[in-house]
Design a protein around this ligand. Sequence first.
Ligand SMILES: NC(=O)c1ccc[n+]([C@@H]2O[C@H](COP(=O)([O-])OP(=O)(O)OC[C@H]3O[C@@H](n4cnc5c(N)ncnc54)[C@H](O)[C@@H]3O)[C@@H](O)[C@H]2O)c1
Length: 342
Amino acid sequence: MPTKKPYRIGIIGAGAITQALHFPGYKQDRRAKLVAFADPSTDRHAEIITKFGKLAAYTDYRDMLANESIDVVSVATPNVFHAKQAIAALNAGCHVLCEKPIAATLREADQMLAAAKRARKKLMIGFSHRMFSGPQKCKELLSKKTIGTPFMIRVRFAHGGPYPGWAKNSWFYKKSLSKGGAMLDMGIHAIDLCHWMLGPIKSVSGRAVTLIKPIEVDDNALLQLEFAQGALGYIEVGWTSPPGFSGFEIYGTKGSIICDYAKGLSLCTGKSSAGRDSTMQWKLIDPKPTRGGWDIEIKHWLDVIEGKVPHTLTGQAGRDALEVALAAYKSSDTGRRISIPK
Ligand SMILES: NC(=O)c1ccc[n+]([C@@H]2O[C@H](COP(=O)([O-])OP(=O)(O)OC[C@H]3O[C@@H](n4cnc5c(N)ncnc54)[C@H](O)[C@@H]3O)[C@@H](O)[C@H]2O)c1
């Protein structure tokens, strides 16, 4: 753990998520001092300096790690680069916040976990949905057994796609850089939430297809999960979605939790029946369940580094989610259900 504050921050990849989350988050926390960033796109250099002030700008992250004295690194680059950049930063003695998915393969993820252990540094994965007030409240309700035993979860995360409109270029749609489409990009958040709330996941079947966009990777996917505790779950993700439901629902023996990201988190109790004797009662618990998220992630990360809060968005959590996503692709390719090793 670095002893001197403010922590000196270096960022690898200065695109959309860095500009929305990492730069603003570090900039507003007095424990952090933004020092440098690395991005091969020199267009990005001018953009960053205009928006966030004069920082040392590098085109190669290895030069940044060699030349600058840095305590904490964020990795926010196309997925295929996460592992080697995170490992280089850990080997340079930095704590690392790495964007999701942790890596492209389980072997790379294992190497990241080993590097963090060897360096005795923290490795956190950017599972931002866990930072939202809705999922946090839901986790609390589940731990209090408010809905009894949960037996079914449904997650739907879908929007119109990362490009154009969000990402700085179309790398998300190129298999060599992304390693997967909507199932890896959005599915990994959904899998992590399922794992966190009802996990562990015992087996998965999936279907990832390119339905609408002329791209190399899947733009829509369905996953069906089976949990070790017996529950079932299903996830729908997509990059071609019209406006509609985004969020998740959990059904238990004594009630259900509906977390509609647009409309609020509600608890539903009473009796649901096929006849006219339904007695369902709805209680709105959180009208804006997407409070928090990116706005609090860097504060949480610095708290993790300082040991002030439990470290839950671990490299292992990143590896667990990746394992299920990769198994779902295997299922999609083979038509078989895939077991997840214990
Ligand atoms: N947690 C979340 O909610 C969330 C949201 C969006 C994106 N992400 C993740 O963040 C990562 C980046 O996505 P984005 O939306 O910012 O994409 P983006 O295209 O907007 O930005 C990527 C940046 O990385 C730079 N880059 C490319 N190769 C590089 C290299 N070798 N070294 C350094 N920089 C390099 C590009 O020039 C670009 O500026 C992805 O892994 C994505 O899955 C997470």
